[in-house]
Design a protein around this ligand. Structure first.
Ligand code: ADP
Ligand code: MG
Length: 333
């Protein structure tokens, strides 16, 4: 196999004309073929801008975006904006809501081969489990079903790359599991490279092969979900990917943790709870039932931390709880 990058971003910058910085800057990244890549970051961090630059809906001011070694043409250089080998599913789905599901999907193909058009439409509808809805109007479908129609429309022309902007934002939690599985199948079964954007990185963690973390338009770090979750290089990443306890050096000291670094992060599941009394104990301020576990809010010397407790109800509010903090992450800032 060739080692040539599939999608390559080299020092890419795009600035929108505003007083504060808006856009992306100095983005260098490689996106491998056939993988699911998640671009994550706070709202306004430049995720959608980056997606549009990859697709060619925007031209970079600086640097270059290339696909299979050739520069991606911007909107001024192309009659129909967007790379021919890519498709993008946006948050609004862009469906014809008055038309039936079958027609929404089939209309993406030309009439030059009607037999192929019909067969392919059914194949794609089956793949996305919307074949039973073929005769329904899109306006009568649920959000999750509409999303699958939008994906069907995008992949029926067999693009090499599927770009998805916030695909999980309009889907209820139970349907998210199905959507994640569908997106994985696109990449694993059909070989489509999927680049998705999410402001909720939990979606990216459970789905992506690779995550690109953006902050204020710049790439903070990239890596596999496991790498970034367990060994983030920056506090921003740990805060984004996990609902962790972030402590300043002073706060950490009050909890008996010694560190030369300025910030420490402790994931709630790393906090060990013990039943024993000591003057070093924490006080249980509050507890939040989460189903399989509860989250405890503990305090010591004015410093609060959250911990997971699997033995729900084992500590009462106001109780003195012994806490073992052995595992933590350290950051320079
Ligand atoms: P995200 O998708 O991560 O929320 P965006 O890529 O949409 O972020 O936006 C990044 C930054 O650029 C934000 O500060 C946003 O306000 C700004 N921005 C996005 N689109 C435009 C535009 N067309 N004109 C001016 N500023 C924009
Ligand atoms: Mg966006």
């Amino acid at each position: 196999m060739s080692t040539e990058a599939f999608i390559e971003l080299n020092q890419v910058g795009k600035k929108y004309p505003t007083e504060v910085f808006a856009g992306v800057k100095n983005v260098t990244a490689l996106i491998p073929k056939g993988k699911v890549v998640a671009i994550v970051g706070e709202s306004g961090s430049g995720k959608s801008t980056l997606l549009k630059l990859i697709y060619g809906l925007l031209s970079p001011d600086e640097g270059i975006v290339s696909f299979k070694g050739k520069p991606v043409l911007g909107p001024d250089e192309k009659l129909i904006p967007g790379h021919d080998s890519m498709k993008m599913v946006t948050q609004d789905f862009s469906l014809n809501t008055y038309a039936k599901v079958y027609d929404n999907v089939a209309s993406m193909l030309p009439n030059t081969n009607l037999k192929y058009k019909e067969e392919k439409s059914w194949e794609i509808m089956k793949f996305l489990r919307i074949d039973h809805l073929f005769n329904k109007r899109v306006s009568d479908l649920s959000g999750g079903e509409q999303q699958r129609v939008a994906i069907a429309r995008a992949i029926i022309t067999e693009p090499e790359v599927l770009l998805m902007d916030e695909p999980f934002s309009q889907v209820d939690t139970p349907l998210k599991t199905h959507l994640r599985a569908d997106i994985k199948r696109l990449s694993h079964d059909l070989g489509i490279t999927v680049i998705l954007v999410s402001h909720d990185p939990v979606d990216g963690l459970s789905l992506a092969d690779e995550i690109i973390v953006l902050n204020k338009g710049e790439v903070v770090e990239t890596g596999s979900p496991e790498q970034l979750y367990n060994h983030p290089q920056y506090a921003y990443t740990s805060r984004l990917l996990a609902d962790c306890n972030l402590l300043t050096k002073d706060e950490a000291k009050k909890l008996g943790l010694k560190s030369e670094k300025n910030m420490l992060a402790i994931y709630p599941e790393w906090v060990e709870l013990k039943w024993s009394w000591s003057s070093k104990n924490f006080i249980l301020i509050d507890s939040f039932f989460k189903g399989v576990h509860e989250e405890l809010l503990l305090e010591k010397d004015g410093v609060k931390i959250r911990a997971l407790n699997k033995n729900i109800g084992s500590f009462k509010k106001g109780a003195s709880v012994a806490v073992v903090l052995e595992k933590f992450l350290e950051f320079a800032d």
